[in-house]
Ligand binder design. Sequence first.
Ligand SMILES: NC(=O)C1=CN([C@@H]2O[C@H](COP(=O)(O)OP(=O)(O)OC[C@H]3O[C@@H](n4cnc5c(N)ncnc54)[C@H](OP(=O)(O)O)[C@@H]3O)[C@@H](O)[C@H]2O)C=CC1
Ligand SMILES: O=C1O[C@H](COP(=O)(O)O)[C@@H](O)[C@H](O)[C@H]1O
Length: 629
Amino acid sequence: MSVTYPGSGTVSSLSCGYRFSVRSFPAPSNNFDPTSGGRLVVHGGAANFCQRFCGLKLWILKSLNISQLKRKPAPVNEFKSLKNEDNDHLSSSPKRTSSLEEQVSDGATIKLGHVSASVESPTSLPKALSYQFPSDGAGGPSLCIAVIGATGELARRKIFPALFALYYSGFLPENIGIFGYSRKNLTDEDLRSTIASTLTCRVDHQENCGDKMDAFLSRTYYINGGCGNREGMSKLNALMEQIEKLLITDPATAYLPQGKSEANRIFYLSVPQEALIDVASCLADNAQTSKGWNRIIIEKPFGFNALSSHRLTQSLLSKFKEKQIYRIDHLLGRNLIENLTVLRFSNLVFEPLWSYKYIRNVQVILSEDLGAHAARYFDGYGIIRDIVHSHILQTIALLAMEPPISLDGEDIRNEKVKVLRSIRKLDPSDVILGQYKASTKDKVDIYTNSLTPTYFTAALYIDNARWDGVPFLVKTGIGLIQHRVEIRIQFHRVPGNLYREHMGRNIDLATNELILRDVPDEAILIRVNNKIPGLGLHLDSPELNLLYKDKYNVEVPDSYEHLLLDAFDGDNHLFMRSDEVAAAWNVLSPVLQEIDKNSIAPELYELGGRGPVGAYYLWAKHGVPWAED
Ligand SMILES: NC(=O)C1=CN([C@@H]2O[C@H](COP(=O)(O)OP(=O)(O)OC[C@H]3O[C@@H](n4cnc5c(N)ncnc54)[C@H](OP(=O)(O)O)[C@@H]3O)[C@@H](O)[C@H]2O)C=CC1
Ligand SMILES: O=C1O[C@H](COP(=O)(O)O)[C@@H](O)[C@H](O)[C@H]1O
């Protein structure tokens, strides 16, 4: 059986006449048969695929005969975000274009507890497409999530799978609508088909997986924004309003006292930097709801440098309140990052040592081998904008901040920004940049014509009372020998150590070390000096090892899931506030300016190697021994 798959040739057209490369919206690789003349061929392995997508409309119509879906109620109580928050309601009233009235036709019925209606769509919705929204677990405010840039790589690879994982695990309410928006001329089924190719169920609860996927996809709609985002966002708004009416399954929510949400919306802006201001501004004016809160999620990098970032921030703040803006860096959704503050503030053994008095250096290491890297996105931005500005500086801020007065997002952000503002502007002489050597077989030759750094190592200093003189050594790069993500905190040597004669190695190397490792194999390790069993007095420095895979038998959620859930919940502590963004650019500006002036050329290094040798000298200059690769 086959189904036509739009955009499966080499080029296709946007609905407004632009041309685009289908590279950004490929057919699911295991289903696309190039010999089939641009048609999507369903192979045996995809047993559910056909039922789910090829005849989706037929199937949904058929399933209208089923009076109740066999589905367990979602644990909506776990979905913390349903609490109402005044502070991210509309910052300025959106200019409404005339909202299209919901059209219920063809004898469609709307029953309490089970909605099934036929809706004529103002956009791409096929006529007579029907929806089913079970009442189980619904009843609170509805939630609409729009992914702007739905055909892009990030949406396909990360955002939709994360949304499904949350839905599957019961963290999204049943009265949810998911909207994919781009400028391509696609249908709901096209979008669903692409999304479906990336969905997986968690290994530990496969139950009802197919049903859950079907339910998730049946709540997913595509909007062709067309040539202008202003009109596009009006269309999105109209469709959302239609769906929101259907999502209200509880009569108690039909009228709500002032200040209570009836319908909440999240807009995930997964679009190129160049499009961000226009998209944000058009959606602010045309697609916000006045019946609940509106939040926008914005992808890194947050500007290209201090100036462009400032302009972006000004533009966003002219349309949204700070509280509505969630700047996402998914690497901050890793367990390791959240655990930084848990370790510090819920244990007595670390915090008293947490200063220059006991700590001699901190190392933040994020190295990727080539396989881990998304080359297309990276090109043009480079490692400083991609990794250092948000991920590395946020990690340092969380690690170095003073105890916040509570776990509230603003309290934590207030402390983070103080650290960021205390970091000394980076001296270009304390930085080593690298670029891996191009190879014709790899995508990396895109870098040969530019000075885009793919490797960065530097010594940063926080000029405050707690961290005076402590070097924070950063090492990050791609195309390196190993994928490694860890934070190493090295302590001073023991003054007048009685056992110095019994240490098998340089006493400066035999210091205590706390290692917080994310990749490979998440673990917390503490290096201690210890007597080797047996006669005589010999010491070595083994690690006390809390290896997660041995200790916890749990599936670790993807970091996008963690952060999306935080955004739904209104918890913004892992998202950068405008003042944090500006402070971080301030630290990096001197180096970025030197790069722009072509005053620093990156040192070339071998693909799959250890990075530029200059890095070893830099670390030695700051008295920091290398952690082994
Ligand atoms: N890919 C990754 O690993 C990462 C990406 N990011 C960031 O995420 C964002 C998206 O990245 P990625 O998915 O890779 O990019 P892609 O180029 O693959 O996708 C961009 C998406 O935006 C849409 N789009 C482009 N221009 C406009 C416009 N003017 N108005 C509305 N929609 C538009 C495109 O669709 P169409 O052309 O049909 O409109 C497409 O759906 C970028 O900001 C990037 O910096 C951040 C971290 C990692
Ligand atoms: O944000 C980014 O992350 C990816 C790595 O993410 P992962 O969760 O898949 O490990 C990185 O390759 C990319 O450069 C960066 O922008």
